[in-house]
Design a protein around this ligand. Structure first.
Ligand code: CCH
Length: 286
């Protein structure tokens, strides 16, 4: 019908270059965390997408179910309301972009503007109007667990060990918050720069259990300032993962190339794109 085709072609009316610029303008805020919303935008894009299950073809960023209860309240999503509220004025300003496109594009803008690789991105995700098709709790990884768990979560999405390792490199960005996940601290000294430092810190430091009342995590022995989650440590201890960690620690360009591919794949899991949806490669702002 006409109304169905109007609804499904709404994405064509949005100017994604303008939206890219406006998201970029929302990144900096000296009063928030380390001065940037970029890391939490990347986490929002990932959690909106990483619920995909390739067997049942459920989950993923199409539908933008992350904004509805119960999915918004899943433990793994604690704190992501902060990112969604920061982006909400842009949904008002550009009503033709879907939430699924807005949240994934915010991750792309953040990676690029914080110095990472160019991420190919397509529009056309369709929002669910009401809270249907929320994914069950437990689809996102549990940071307290090890390599079997990490593999089973990411294999369910359709990723291999190389792609999983590349994606894990996003932990160069941002920090853990004791009032969100319960864990605490940044992974390195430049949490607002997209680098290969997740791998260099992981392989080059001595990691010891953090002495505190919080959940079990690691702290670097020398400075005591940086952290690793139990689920991060598998990229050092598991031989298949470590193979790629060593490559990415030695070669930032290799990391950037592999991350860009895997991140686009993540953001597109389960999405039924319109046939005429163009692929964008946005230029980073000066
Ligand atoms: Fe992550 N991540 N992540 N992560 N994550 C956390 C924070 C960020 C796991 C657990 C956590 C990916 C994979 C995993 C980011 C991007 C990605 C936190 C702290 C936990 C816990 C949350 C808090 O307290 O605020 C686990 C487990 C896995 C895999 O096994 C992948 C994949 C990506 C993206 C490609 C980013 C960025 C952050 C920082 C957020 C911030 O607010 O600074």
């Amino acid at each position: 019908s006409d109304s169905a085709s109007n609804a499904s072609s709404s994405w064509k009316k949005a100017n994604y270059h303008n939206i890219y610029k406006d998201i970029a303008d929302l990144l900096e805020d000296e009063d928030y965390d380390d001065g940037s919303y970029g890391p939490v935008f990347v986490r929002l894009a990932w959690h909106a997408s990483g619920t995909f299950d390739k067997k049942t073809k459920t989950g993923g960023s199409d539908g933008a179910t992350i904004r509805f209860a119960p999915e918004s309240g899943h433990g793994a999503n604690a704190g992501l309301d902060v990112a969604r509220e920061r982006l909400e004025p842009l949904k008002k300003k550009y009503p033709h972009i879907s939430y699924g496109d807005l949240y994934t594009l915010a991750g792309v803008v953040a990676v690029q503007e914080l110095g990472g690789p160019t991420i190919r991105w397509r529009p056309g995700r369709q929002d669910n109007k009401v809270a249907v098709d929320c994914t069950p709790d437990g689809r996102l990884p549990d940071a307290a667990q090890g390599s079997d768990h990490v593999r089973s979560i990411f294999y369910r999405m359709g990723f291999n060990d190389q792609e999983i390792t590349a994606l894990a490199g996003a932990h160069a960005l941002g920090r853990c918050h004791s009032n969100r996940s319960g864990f605490e601290g940044p992974w390195n000294a430049s949490p607002t720069a997209f680098t290969n430092f997740f791998f260099t810190e992981l392989l080059n430091n001595t990691w010891v259990p953090k002495k505190w009342n919080g959940p079990f995590q690691y702290v670097d022995k020398e400075s005591g300032q940086f952290m690793m989650l139990p689920a991060d440590m598998v990229f050092r201890t598991d031989p298949q993962f470590r193979k790629y960690s060593e490559i990415y620690a030695a070669d930032q360009d290799a990391f950037f190339a592999d991350f860009a591919k895997a991140f686009t794949k993540l953001l597109e899991l389960g999405v039924q794109f319109p046939e005429d949806a163009p692929v964008y490669e946005f230029k980073t702002l000066e």
